[in-house]
Design a binder for this molecule. Structure first.
Ligand code: SAH
Length: 197
């Protein structure tokens, strides 16, 4: 079924499987730890999560199963750039693992505040407020280079940008409402996606 005819399809399959594995592992741990709570933030946030997920899974499946259908959007990238994309994907996955470990039970796919939610300011959160989004951007940029396909790149990066552009405002407002001055102070010391220079 899969056309694993080159190293790049194989690399994408491995990195995709690792991504799903990391997410599943933390989702299962979370499900054991606490009952579900209500999502917060606007309904448009959940809609954008859905659209982003379709672009995410759809893009990967298309590249693995029917790459010829999107071959017209191929970018003429040198091989070494595509290998650099595999490396960026791997580094981003390691980053995602680090972020999930630090965030622990405070993680959720939606915006929500759980009972007993704590403000995490250690590990990757010490200097960056949204390191998970940084790791996902890294993954999408890596996969764009790996697949050398601008259509996939646009689908991943544009949908994720639409999601984060509106979400971060709501997320930070939600955190200020819960943690007040402590979060405001934390904002002064941290950068949004990258450490503050
Ligand atoms: N924006 C963060 C977290 C993404 S998961 C990142 O990119 O790393 C989304 C959930 O994380 C939100 O529902 C929010 O409740 C929680 N969250 C965000 N920042 C947090 C922090 N510093 N400490 C604890 N929980 C946080």
């Amino acid at each position: 079924m899969f056309s694993i005819n080159d190293s790049f399809s194989l690399a994408l399959l491995v990195e995709f499987t690792l991504f799903v594995g990391i997410r599943r592992f933390f989702q299962l741990r979370l499900a054991q730890a606490q009952p579900k709570s209500e999502p917060q933030g606007p309904a448009s946030d959940r809609l954008l999560v859905l659209i982003e997920s379709i672009a995410f899974f759809g893009g990967v499946l298309l590249y693995l199963i029917a790459p010829q259908t999107i071959a017209w959007a191929t970018l003429p990238l040198p091989l070494w750039v595509r290998w650099a994309g595999i490396l960026l994907g791997a580094v981003s996955l390691a980053g995602l693992l680090w972020v999930h470990t630090a965030l622990g039970k405070n993680w959720s796919a939606w915006l929500e505040l759980k009972e007993g939610q704590t403000l995490v300011t250690h590990g990757p959160y010490r200097r960056v407020r949204h390191p998970m989004y940084t790791a996902l951007y890294g993954l999408y940029i890596g996969w764009t280079l790996l697949t050398a396909n601008w259509l996939l790149g646009a689908a991943w990066i544009v949908t994720f940008t639409l999601l984060t552009a509106t979400r971060i405002r709501h997320e930070e407002a939600m955190m200020i409402e819960r943690f007040g001055e402590v979060y405001r102070e934390y904002m002064k010391k941290t950068g949004r996606f990258l450490p503050k220079s």
